[in-house]
Each structure stands twice: as C-alpha cells, then as structure tokens.
Design a protein around this ligand. Structure first.
Ligand SMILES: *Cc1c(COP(=O)(O)O)cnc(C)c1O
Length: 389
C-alpha cells in the first residue's frame, strides 16, 4: 500500500555534503556557518537583519522579548495556528487574546482586528504586539494591518513559519516592510529545513542585536554594549536573562544549502496546488482561495468540506488508503491550557467552522504526479460513494 505523508523534507546530495563539511571542520556550533546562513536569509528578504535560533518557537520568544513584551502586556494572534504563535507571549508573562480569521483566506481578519482594536481602546487596554500568521504560506493583508498598527501603536510580529518564499505586493515575506519582526520555521515539514531551527528577520538593528544577545544567555562582548570598562580580551558581560537558543553550524549549513533551492521548492508546490485546483473542481468542497495581493509559498493545501459531518469518515477513509491527511489547526483557544485561561467554544466562530471542515492534503516538492493523482482519485471515489454520510 502507498504511504504518502502530508508533508516531508527534500534532501539532496549537496545538502548532505554541506553538513559533512561542517562535521569535518573546526566548529560544530558558533562557527562561520550560522552568520553565513543569516546573511543568505537577510539577502533573500531584501537586505534585512537575520537572527538564527534553534526553532521558530525560540525565535518567536526572542522577538517578543526584544519587542519588550512582559507581564501586564497584551499580545493578540489568531486561533487558527500552531500553539507556538500564542505561547511565545505567555513565556514573557503577557496575556493573550485572539482575533478571528477571514472566511476566505483563513488568515487574520482585518475587519475583525479593526473592530476589536476600537473596543480595546474604549476599554483602555490595547495590545502591545499583534502576531499575524501566514497560514498555509498565504501572506496576510500586511499593509492594512500596518496601518492599524500605526494608528493604535502596536508592533507587528509576523509568524511566517509557513511562508518563506512567499511574496506580498511583490516583496518577499520577511522583508518587514509592513512589520517589525518576521519569524520563519525550518522544521522538516516546512518549506526549507534545518532539522530544527528558525530565523527572525528585522530592519531594526537594535532589535536584531537584542535578539542575538538573548539567544546566547544575554551575554555580550561588544565594547559599545559593556556596562563596565572591558578588562581584557577575556572579558564579557551578561546584560539580560537570556537563553541558549543557538542554532548549530550543522543546521545552518543544511539551511543554506536548502535555501539555494527555495524557488524550485515553491514552484513545485505551486504547480501541485494548480493541479489540485483543477482536479478537485466540482466536488463538494472549497479549494484554497488566494488573495490577489499575495503569492503563497504553499506550505499546505487545505480543502474545506461543504458538509462538515462527512469530515471524520472521509479523513479515516483517506488514512486507511495510506494518505497522511491532517488538520491545521485545531483552534488554539480550544486547547485545555487555553480553556483554563478562560477561552471557550463559540469565542471565535470562523476559526471553529474552519476547523470542523478542513483537511490538509499531501503537499511537498517530492510528491509525485502519480501519488497526487492517487490522492485525487481516492478523494473523488470516497466523496462519490457517500463516505462519511
Ligand atoms: C511550525 C510552526 C511554528 C513552530 O516552529 P518550530 O520551528 O517547530 O518551533 C510556529 N508557528 C507556526 C504557524 C508553525 O507552523
């Protein structure tokens, strides 16, 4: 039987060689590969600063800290995301609330954000940071979000874990043209991988410096940052309570090698998306609608069943066929941890409707045309046979 996951990495012989070279070199960590990878990401995003970390979760935490998030602050994100988009603010002791998603893009709804901001101002408690998430690789409406951020005085932290290689109004996601910090993930199911890893990009050199320092225990050796006079070449200072969130050189070398194939990865994903769009037309489901301002990186291909009651049957039938369908995501506010903080069913109806109807179909560059045809054929067969009814 076939076994087709929903996503997986594509590792080339060049990737293997890049890692082996580091293994034979002097530095497995804190060597030249991490800064080289950071420069490659920064260049790719239009000349911004890039700070590598051991995961996107760590990078989100560093970004929140660098943006000054702390106890008593408020951070907003969307419920339709991986839990890490919200957890990063909790690590800093901040309160979190959610903004419902758009019914067509499943990204942050700009009208919902505008309304919630108006209400928040009336109550006297505005968010310090808003974390829009480029779900499935489709960019959020960054320009109107930026307008609101300037009007209401909050920072924008893009969770672009799904979206390296995507563009918005012709600019690469990660350029931070409409935001303060952008975070990418390099987990193996994402567009580009380092095994585990993440990068934060920013145009602000101070934010970049703060994130880099917090990534490594809050320690600095930079003369300009020292509190006391330097005593000699051995001298360093811990200025803040930082962490060990460093990426290794092994990971960075893999990432840099992978990054050279980013355009090919995204092109193959977009081609698979077009094939799905055509092959699934006429079925009782909604294929992914694309906002004209964005070009998705196609991390995921999510369909929504018109009849949510058939989802479970269809899901189980496809899994029995060896097709690794998945759900991205159960709404964060319905997780027990978040329910204990006071959230409940019904709080964010669009995110909940989406989660009841959605199925992620297999989507990754190495997915063959033949395997994709099999996925489509099984989906059509089950829907035609009334599976789940
Ligand atoms: C994968 C993911 C993360 C976390 O990434 P890690 O690199 O695994 O820490 C955060 N947010 C979103 C939306 C993700 O999909």
């Amino acid at each position: 039987m076939r076994s087709i996951p929903y996503g997986r990495q594509s590792i080339s012989e060049e990737d293997v060689q890049a890692v082996v070279e580091v293994l034979r070199s002097d530095f497995l960590t804190q060597g030249p590969a991490v800064p080289a990878f950071e420069r490659a990401i920064g260049d790719r995003c239009g000349g911004v600063h890039a700070v590598a970390a051991n995961s996107a979760t760590s990078a989100l935490h560093l970004a929140c800290l660098a943006l000054g998030v702390g106890p008593g602050d408020l951070v907003w994100t969307v419920p339709t995301t991986f839990v890490a988009s919200a957890n990063c603010a909790r690590y800093c002791g901040a309160d979190v609330d959610f903004v419902d998603v758009d019914p067509r893009t499943y990204d942050l709804s700009v009208p919902s954000l505008a309304l919630k901001l108006e209400q928040a101002r009336a109550r006297g408690r505005l968010p310090k940071v808003v974390v829009p998430v480029h779900l499935a690789g489709q960019p959020c409406e960054l320009a109107p979000i930026r307008e609101l951020s300037l009007r209401y005085g909050f920072k924008v932290l893009e969770d672009a874990s799904h979206a390296i290689g995507a563009t918005y109004r012709g600019e690469p996601v990660g350029s931070c043209r409409w935001s303060d910090v952008t975070v990418f993930s390099f987990h193996p199911v994402k567009i580009v991988t380092t095994g585990e890893g993440g990068v934060a990009t920013t145009r602000d050199p101070d934010l970049a410096r703060r994130m880099a320092r917090l990534r490594s225990h809050g320690i600095t050796r930079e003369a300009a940052e020292l509190t006391h006079p330097g005593e000699g070449p051995w001298y360093y200072e811990q200025l803040d309570l930082g962490f060990n969130y460093r990426m290794t050189d092994l990971q960075a070398a893999l990432g840099r090698s992978q990054l050279s194939r980013l355009d090919a990865f995204v092109a193959r994903r977009a081609g698979l998306a077009r094939s799905y769009d055509a092959a699934l037309a006429g079925l009782p489901l909604t294929t992914p609608w694309q906002h004209p301002d964005g070009r998705s990186a196609w991390h995921l291909y999510v369909v929504r069943l018109h009849d949510a009651s058939r989802r479970r049957g269809l899901f189980e039938a496809l899994r029995a066929d060896g097709i690794g369908v998945n759900l991205h995501y159960l709404p964060v506010h319905r997780q027990p941890y978040w329910e204990r903080l006071g959230f409940a069913a019904g709080d964010f109806p669009e995110a909940e409707r989406y989660a009841a109807e959605a199925i992620s179909l297999p989507m990754y560059p190495a997915l063959s045309d033949d395997d994709q045809a099999y996925v489509v054929e099984r989906l059509r067969a089950h829907l035609g046979a009334g599976v789940g009814r």
